[in-house]
Structures are given as C-alpha cells and as structure tokens.
Design a protein around this ligand. Sequence first.
Ligand code: PLP
Length: 369
Amino acid sequence: MSPIYLDNQATTPMAPEVFDAMLPWLRDNFGNPHSPHVLGRKAAAAVEVAREQVAALLPDNGRLIFTASATEAINLAFGAVRGMASQGRDQIAVIDTEHAAVRDTALWYGKQGFDTVLLPVDGEGLVVLEELEACLSEKTALVGAMLVNNEIGVIQPVEQIAEMAHRAGALMLCDAVQGFGRINIPQQADLIALSAHKIYGPKGIGALWVRNGIDLPPLIHGGGQEQGVRSGTLSPALCVGLGTAARICAERREEDLAHIAALADEARSLFGDWTVNGSPDRRYAGNLNLRRDGLDVGRLMSDVRGVAFSAGSACASGSGRPSHVLAALGLEPGQIKSSIRLGFGRYNTAQDVQQAARLINQAAENQLS
Ligand code: PLP
C-alpha cells in the first residue's frame, strides 16, 4: 500500500488534467518546436500557449524563459549581476533561510569576488528588515528573497524587500517556487523563479520571469533558443504540462486554498502537543513544520513508514545536514532533530491528515514514554 503523501513541498503528484494535456505531445505530436514546417509550427504554438498560461499569473511587464528547473532559472537570474561588478555593484544579499538554489549560488558568487551577505531572520523566520536596510548601498547588485519558505512555510515581505532593493538601485530576485499558483506574486520583483513539479505539473521544467529592460547573459550557449539565453530544444510536452498546471491553479485557486486551510486547521488541532516552527500566522497553510522536544525524528521516520513526510527540506534530509533554516531561527541542534515538516496538497483528504496524525503521534508517544 502506498503511504499517505504529506510531502507536498518536496514535490506534488501530477494533476490528471496535466497528464492528459501532455500525452499527445509525448505520443503523437513529435515536431521540433524550432522547425519551420507545419509539425514544428504546431509544437511552437503549443509552447506559446503554455507560456501565456504561466505568464497570466505573473506581472505583465516582462518575459518568460522556460528552463529545466527552478534551480536553473535561479542560476540564469544570477547572471544579471555579472556586468554590474564593473560598475561598482559587487554585493549580493540573500536571506539566510533561502533554498540552496539561491543560497549556494550566492555563496558561489561570493567565491568569484562578490561580497555575499546572508541576511538574518528573527525567531519566526522573517527577514530582519533593519539588517537589510543597514547592508543596502550603491554597491548592492542583487537582493534575493523567497516568497514562501520551503521548510517552514513562512511568507517573506517580498514587496517591501523589493522596494528597499530598488531604492538602493539593486535588482530583486524572488524565488517563488513554493508560492506560485497558490498565493499572490509580488509585482515589484525583477526576476521570479518557479517550478512545475510543485504545482501538480511535471518534473524537468521551470521558468524565469524577467522584467523588461533587464539583460541576462546566456546560461547555455548553442542554437539561441529561449531568447538567446537558454539554448536547447524545448520539450513541448513539458511546456504544455507547466502551462496546464498553472491554468488549473488559477482556476481552482480559491477552492485549493480553502481545502488546504481546512486540512491545516485539522492538523494543528491533532498535533496540539507539538510546537509550530516559524511564524504561526504569516505562513502558507499547506506547510506545517512542527517540533516535539526530545524526539529523534530519524527514528520517527523509520517507525512511521505509512506516511511520506519530511524531516526538513528534501535536500537537507537527504544530505543528513541539519537544517540551516531551523538553525537560523535560533533552534538548538536537539530541537532541529525533533522537527518534522508536513505538507498538504490538493489531493489530500481529511482522512489522510487524521490517519497520519494517529500514526505519527502514536510513534512519538512510544518513543518518549
Ligand atoms: N526553491 C525552493 C523554495 C524550492 O522549494 C525548490 C525545490 O525544492 C527549489 C527552489 C528548486 O526547484 P527545482 O526542483 O525546480 O530545481
């Protein structure tokens, strides 16, 4: 029997409508979207419809570039800083709790001569705006802030951060992976990264939205596809999958939000003995990061095989590294090791949450007694 899936921040199951929309592009319509003949033009038209469907959820004064993942989109976005160092802008500031896709890229640029600053968060996981204000100057090239944190679900004040970055003349990159298609996208960001597999779409495709007027150097050289910055033949099937997933998110937005909020309320009452990590109210309801002091989460996870959940982000738990996000909140190593992340999605039911709570609470009681 497959486990109850409560790990919707790591990835989401594909929506049936997305699968149906992709199928003809995998099976029948094999044309190269960059070919000038009729099969190519048909594929290109499908790609452009998908682009429009994704762009409909983003600000209207920019362009969308398809990539293989949000990680790739973020790496492409960072290219914007390359030409800025020669104009004296050589500082990059990102929140300490960013996903590795942003944090590690910023640190890599730090090794290439940029001055990379990791901005602290408060005990609720929200960026300390005074610290951002203090570090911004005419030297700042890029500020990176995520919309929704993947580990603790906290929603950062991205609009405010973007305004502050702009006052200093810097660009603002928003990693919107965990919020796109679910909550409002900050209109002031200059660069916005997203990923299909977090919104019930396929793995292997993401996108970067770029405000008009911002030039990016190519990330991948070659045939000049994707406006010259990301060469390589696009997969119409993946583009159609992302476009359809975005369209369905827009159509079902209120329904999805209400459903997920109800699941989160149910979970909060069933996990009454646990403490919520991160802001209790400035959060996306689909993410619940909980801790129960004294618990060994590694043991808990092997005891509770019937529930697929996480001990932090998928990458952090895979690497065995303690979560840098929970550490940034000021949690002790023991508290980090006693934290779990539950992620609710469109296809979860109240029964899923009740059954998972019963299994997890039972295993926790056994361990602590
Ligand atoms: N940013 C955040 C906040 C994420 O949660 C993830 C995925 O876990 C990524 C970036 C990377 O996305 P992708 O898997 O498309 O590279």
